[in-house]
Design a protein around this ligand. Structure first.
Ligand code: CU
Length: 181
């Protein structure tokens, strides 16, 4: 084999490898990843709706948002974080501690079962708005965002209502570890 032939063969081989590589990249990187993303979004934020969302009207401090989370998908949806346009938000549950009902942050989040619902209600699970910057008056609407485990986000409105009730106390963060819950 002379040099000219050898060079020509090398160039042909390099060109073939390049075009195969490009084809492989298209097949793997293009459609497949896009479809995976679509499926993930459909599994959480696009499958969950919030019904009858409301918040407790309050002069100051913190307040809670309630409602019914409904999941139309055949897989569980897990809410891991929440946000609002008024303040920082924590996911809270109410639990018994030394005979008292106290609120505490739920680290594992709220699971909405496949084809089922998870109710947020006074005396139970709720979204806690911490340190409101201004009063929340009955009739006001709050824009809330739920963040799911897959990273998808669901935005909904909660309307503020006057509500007297709920004798659970708020347990400050500093005490959480002491109760080992
Ligand atoms: Cu709370």
């Amino acid at each position: 084999m002379n040099d000219t032939m050898s060079n020509a063969l090398s160039r042909a081989a390099a060109a073939a490898a390049l075009s195969l590589g490009l084809l492989a990249a298209c097949a793997d990187g293009g459609e497949a990843e896009k479809n995976e993303d679509d499926t993930a979004r459909a599994a959480a934020a696009e499958s969950v709706t919030v019904v009858d969302a409301w918040a407790v009207a309050t002069e100051e401090g913190m307040t809670a948002v309630f409602g019914v989370l409904e999941n139309g998908a055949d897989t569980e949806a897990r809410i891991v974080e929440a946000a609002s346009d008024l303040s920082r938000v924590e996911l809270h549950e109410v639990a018994e501690s030394d005979g008292d009902m106290v609120m505490q942050e739920v680290e594992e989040g709220f699971a909405v079962p496949a084809g089922g619902e998870h109710e947020l209600h006074p005396g139970g699970d709720h979204l806690m708005l911490m340190e409101l910057a201004e009063p929340l008056v009955a009739g006001d609407r709050i824009a809330m965002t739920l963040v799911f485990e897959d990273g998808s986000e669901l935005v909904f409105d909660a309307v503020a209502k006057d509500f007297a009730g709920g004798d659970e106390e708020y347990e400050p963060h500093g005490d959480h570890d002491a109760h080992d819950m």
